[in-house]
Design a protein around this ligand. Structure first.
Ligand code: HPA
Length: 246
C-alpha cells in the first residue's frame, strides 16, 4: 500500500505511465469521493491517483467533495499528497505553461465544507496553518524541478476563488493588491482539510493562462488547453524523477 497520493486536476484526469494495479471505490462518512482511487506503480514507485474533477472531468470546483477525497486517502494509509491543479498567472513570472509551487494561500471561497472539526467535538479545535503546505515535500519537488531545469516558480501566494467562472479584471487587480500571485479554484479547502488530517500536502500548480486582464483580450479555452498540455508534460517529467527519489 502506498503512502503517496497524487490528486490530478484539469489537464491531468489520468496519469500516463501509471501501471494500474487496481481501482478502488470508497464510501466515506462525508459522501462519495470524486472518482475511484487508482492504485499503481509510477516509474517504480507505488502511488494512488485521484481525479479531483471526476474520471470524466464533470465535477466543477465548488462541487468537489474535498472532505470525502481527503478522508478516504487518509483512511487508506496515505500520508503525503501532491496536489496538481491548473491556475491563472497574476505575477509576471507566472507564465502560462510553467509549474509553480505556491507557499501561501488566501482563501476567497465560500459555501464549501471546509472543516472536519465541526460536529461531535470533545473540544473546539484550531489547526495551525501559518505555513499551509508541507515544507519537506515542497522542498523536494522544487529541488527536482531545479535539477531538471524546468524553470518552475518557487514561491507565490495562491488566491483560491469560488468559480466556476473565471474572474473579472478588477477582481484580479484586487487579488494582486492583496498579495496573490496566482489564482485557482480548488486549492481550498483542500489544503486545510489535508492539514486537519495531518497529511503532508503540497501544491504543484500549472499555469494555464494569464489571469483576467493580464494577457491580451479574453481568455480562450483553446489556449488554456494548449498551455495545460505543455505544463502537464512538465509535471510528468517532474514526477518521473521526484517520485523514485522520495
Ligand atoms: N482563475 C481561476 N482559476 C483558474 C484560472 C484562472 O484564471 N485558470 C485556471 N484555473
Amino acid at each position: 500500500m502506498s503512502d503517496l497520493a497524487i490528486i490530478g486536476g484539469t489537464g491531468l484526469t489520468t496519469l500516463n505511465g501509471l501501471n494500474i494495479a487496481r481501482r478502488e471505490m470508497r464510501r466515506t462518512p462525508y459522501g462519495e469521493p470524486s472518482a475511484p482511487f487508482i492504485h499503481g506503480d509510477f516509474c517504480g514507485t507505488e502511488v494512488v491517483f485521484l481525479a479531483r474533477h471526476g474520471s470524466g472531468h464533470t465535477i466543477p470546483p465548488h462541487r468537489v467533495n474535498y472532505q470525502a477525497n481527503l478522508w478516504a486517502l487518509q483512511d487508506m494509509g496515505v500520508r503525503r499528497v501532491i496536489a496538481v491543479a491548473a491556475v491563472g498567472g497574476i505575477r509576471a513570472d507566472m507564465v502560462p505553461g510553467r509549474i509553480a509551487f505556491p507557499d501561501q494561500i488566501i482563501d476567497y471561497t465560500y459555501g464549501r465544507a471546509q472543516t472536519f472539526f465541526e460536529d461531535d467535538l470533545s473540544n473546539v479545535t484550531h489547526i495551525d496553518f501559518t505555513e499551509p503546505y508541507c515544507g519537506e515535500l515542497r522542498g523536494h519537488l522544487i529541488q527536482v524541478a531545479r535539477d531538471l531545469d524546468l524553470q518552475a516558480v518557487e514561491d507565490g501566494t495562491y488566491g483560491a476563488t469560488q468559480g466556476p467562472r473565471l474572474e473579472t479584471a478588477a477582481e484580479i487587480n484586487r487579488l494582486e493588491r492583496d498579495g496573490c500571485d496566482l489564482v485557482g479554484m480548488t486549492g481550498m479547502p483542500e489544503a486545510a482539510l489535508a492539514r486537519e488530517l495531518g497529511l503532508c500536502y503540497c501544491a504543484c500548480s500549472v499555469v494555464a493562462n494569464w489571469a483576467a486582464g493580464r494577457g491580451t483580450g479574453p481568455i480562450s479555452l483553446e489556449s488554456i488547453d494548449a498551455n495545460l498540455k505543455n505544463g502537464m508534460a512538465r509535471v510528468r517529467t517532474l514526477l518521473e524523477r521526484a517520485l523514485p527519489a522520495m
